[in-house]
Write a protein of this length. Structure first.
Length: 121
């Protein structure tokens, strides 16, 4: 991801990004990661509204690509969050790593849409 995209995530979701973490993912996954962050930030806000201190709120620990799929590490133990993260990780395997469109081909661990797959031949 670009530095601007990473900075956007840190600024937009201060509760779950209270620690500065890197985001080592392809640009094409930005929209997917952003959608997940919206949900995680809402979850953290709900925890805070119930009296949780900022230091005890669930936090993102790492976001990276591993073997061509998204890996999100989040502190906290909630089945809804676990399910959300698992769905996003699975969805990432169907997205073009460059643009985020539906992937139709695979080059190594990278999944690519038709246009980017043809350009890489």
């Amino acid at each position: 991801m670009t530095l601007q995209q990473i900075q956007f995530l840190h600024r937009s979701y201060p509760l779950i990004f209270s620690q500065r973490i890197g985001v080592g993912c392809p640009n094409g996954w930005f929209d997917l990661i952003n959608r997940v962050c919206v949900e995680l930030e809402q979850f953290a806000k709900a925890q805070q509204a119930c009296g949780a201190s900022v230091g005890s709120l669930p936090q993102l620990r790492d976001i990276k690509e591993k073997y061509g799929v998204l890996c999100i590490y989040f502190s906290g133990d909630d089945p809804r969050i676990d399910s959300l993260i698992a769905e996003a990780e699975e969805e990432s395997g169907r997205l073009c790593a460059i643009c985020g469109k539906e992937a139709t081909t695979r080059r190594g661990f990278n999944r690519l849409c038709e246009a980017h797959g043809a350009a890489r031949l």
